[in-house]
Design a protein around this ligand. Sequence first.
Ligand SMILES: [Zn+2]
Length: 149
Amino acid sequence: MNIELLDILRCPFCGGRLELVSSMYHRSLSDQIHDGILGCHCCIFPVVDGIPVLHLQPAAVVAREHMEAARPALALRAMVGLESDEEAERFEAAAASETSTYSKAAIFCIASRIPRMSSPMRCCAPWPAQCCGEGERGAPWTYAAAQAT
Ligand SMILES: [Zn+2]
C-alpha cells in the first residue's frame, strides 16, 4: 500500500487515523508499505503483502500475530486460508503468474477441500465473511477449479 493511503484510511471501529507502528516488524520500500502493523487508539491491524486488513475476523487476528512476530509469509498463509506447506508451495507457484490473483491462486490450491457441487459456486464460498461481492460472476473459475480435482 502506498504510504499516502494513511492520510485517508480510518479505523473502522473508532474512526481514528491509522499509523504504521514503526516499533514493530515492518517492511517498507520507498513509499510502499509491504508488511507491518497499522495502529490507532483502539486497535492494531496487519498489512499483509501490501494489503491493509482492517477487520478483526479470525484470519486477520492470526495474520496480525504472525506479523507481530516478523513472520510475513505465515501472515499471508493465514489470510489466504492455506493449511499446509504443500498448499503454500502450490499457492506461491500459482500466485507468481502475472495474470493470477490471490483469490484465484488460493482457490486453485485448496480446490481439493472444496466440496464438489452440481451447480456453480459463489465466488467466495470458502470465505463468505470476506466475500468480494461479485456473487455468481466469480463462479466459472471457482467451479472449474473444483471440477479439476
Ligand atoms: Zn480504532
